[in-house]
Design a protein around this ligand. Structure first.
Ligand code: 5AD
Ligand code: SF4
Length: 434
């Protein structure tokens, strides 16, 4: 029997899909297959912005025919969208053919839900309100060798006014440091070369005995072996000298910080409930670069938050110039029912929002191109992670997060490779092995 998993959203979800694959394997679905050949199809959904949600609705709807034609096919829908208030009901009404609905807090029950569904005709629904457990017991089927994701915490307590995550993922829960260390040691022993510690807000990590995130990072970076270490996501309000000191101390920790700033306007940051100012953010970056001069910083930016004026948007543009990001994820504000911002007046018209995002993307791309161009003629060390069949090239990232492509006669996935860069195109660099 075979499975097919469709994942929407962030790395957290991608890793959760690896855990879902682990559960499916235990239930006898032994390999992944194209959607038409699968005996179970699982949608792991996201609801952070409206388009992620619409995308899932569209794809699930498109299954109606296959489901009718293929006896015994199980369709399961899980993840953030299902956990969102009222959405499970809506999904059932719109798509009565769904067999299993499970929330973000029910991942470890999926195996039982499959058993229950096999035993009955009726669909099975399980959506827990909250969860305190920090171990889900799943043994992930990892799909991203030589990279491995490791959850350090779940949930978020920040309640940024635009964000639905605290509502669908619940309060913060940290895993025990000892469990995280064991997992990393095992992964390194298995040959994984890049470990990414994952949390909605890694700085809020509190392990047993009050272990802080910098202390955890220090411990993980001290694990023996040939690997590099990343972590995400960092919240600017929790930026600390301790974190910088640990980053500086260990060569294994990549010189890259993903620290979403969201806006360059203090008034908008206040409305977003972000709890830092533009000035504080820039001061922190200055400190980081004093200590680790070549550290690259990436960010997330939202345009057209309710009441954002043209001048305030300009402040975001000027911040992008000052902060010297190597790249940024850019989003148009998307109202999410149940969040505080969704109740705010002063919605920005679609044309204005589109115009702002276009200008922002142009600036971010220009900065990225400028930075990439400086690499031409230089050497970078990448961890080869995949082959791009279309380009006929291998690819991987350097510690700063830049993508490097090169040609090779043999499979190089999992190796550290030094390239001499001959050409730059956006965030991608092309080079020859040296
Ligand atoms: N609208 C637009 N962007 C959002 N993000 C989170 N919620 C919203 C929303 N309602 C963005 C933020 C966050 C990233 C993961 O998604 O920039 O950092
Ligand atoms: Fe959402 Fe803010 Fe929590 Fe990030 S820190 S998940 S943006 S509430």
């Amino acid at each position: 029997m075979k499975y097919h998993i469709v994942t929407y959203g962030c790395q957290m979800n991608l890793h959760e899909s690896e855990k879902i694959a682990g559960i499916l394997k235990e239930k006898g679905y032994l390999s992944s297959a194209p959607i038409e050949e699968a005996d179970i199809i699982v949608f792991n959904t996201c609801c952070i912005r409206e388009n992620a949600e619409n995308h899932a609705f569209g794809n699930i709807g498109a299954l109606k025919k296959l489901k009718r034609e293929k006896k015994g096919l199980i369709v399961a829908v899980g993840g953030c969208l299902v956990q969102e208030e009222g959405k499970a009901k809506l999904l059932k009404e719109k798509f009565p053919f769904i067999d299993i609905l499970f929330g973000t807090h029910n991942l470890d029950e999926l195996g039982d839900l499959i058993e229950r569904k096999r035993a009955q005709k009726k669909s099975v629904v399980s959506i827990k309100e909250a969860r305190s457990a920090t171990e889900d017991g799943a043994n992930p089927v990892r799909t991203s060798y030589p990279n491995a994701w490791v959850n350090i915490m779940y949930g978020c307590n920040n309640f940024c006014s635009y964000c639905i995550v605290p509502y669908v993922r619940g309060r913060e829960r940290s895993r025990r440091a000892i469990d995280i260390l064991r997992e990393v040691e095992a992964l390194v022993a298995e040959g994984y070369r890049e470990i990414t510690l994952l949390g909605q807000n890694v700085d809020s990590y509190r392990g047993e005995d009050g272990t802080t995130f910098p202390a955890l990072l220090d411990a993980v970076a001290s694990v023996e072996g040939n690997f590099r270490l990343r972590f995400m996501t960092s919240h600017p309000k929790d930026f600390s000298e301790e974190l910088v000191a640990v980053m500086k101390k260990h060569d294994k920790i990549c010189k890259h910080l993903h620290m979403p700033v969201q806006s360059g306007s203090n008034r908008i940051l206040r409305l977003m409930n972000r709890r830092y100012t533009r000035e504080k953010y820039l001061e922190d970056l200055a400190l980081l670069r004093r200590e680790i001069p070549d550290c690259e910083v990436t960010t997330d930016l939202i345009v057209a938050f309710p009441t954002e004026t043209e001048e305030e948007f300009q402040e975001t543009l000027s911040l992008v110039k000052e902060a010297d990001f190597s790249s940024a994820f850019t989003f148009i504000y998307s109202p999410r029912t149940g969040t505080r911002a969704a109740e705010m007046e002063g919605r920005i018209a679609d044309e204005v929002a589109k115009d702002r995002i276009t200008r922002l993307v142009a600036l971010v791309n220009e900065k990225t191109r400028e930075k990439s161009a400086k690499y031409v003629g230089k050497r970078i060390e990448i961890l080869c992670e995949d082959r791009d069949e279309k380009k006929g090239m291998y690819l991987g990232r350097d510690e700063y997060g830049r993508m490097g492509y090169f040609k090779s006669e043999r499979d190089r996935v999992g190796e550290f490779v030094t390239l001499k860069i001959t050409e730059a195109n956006g965030i991608s660099l092309y080079g020859e092995e040296v």
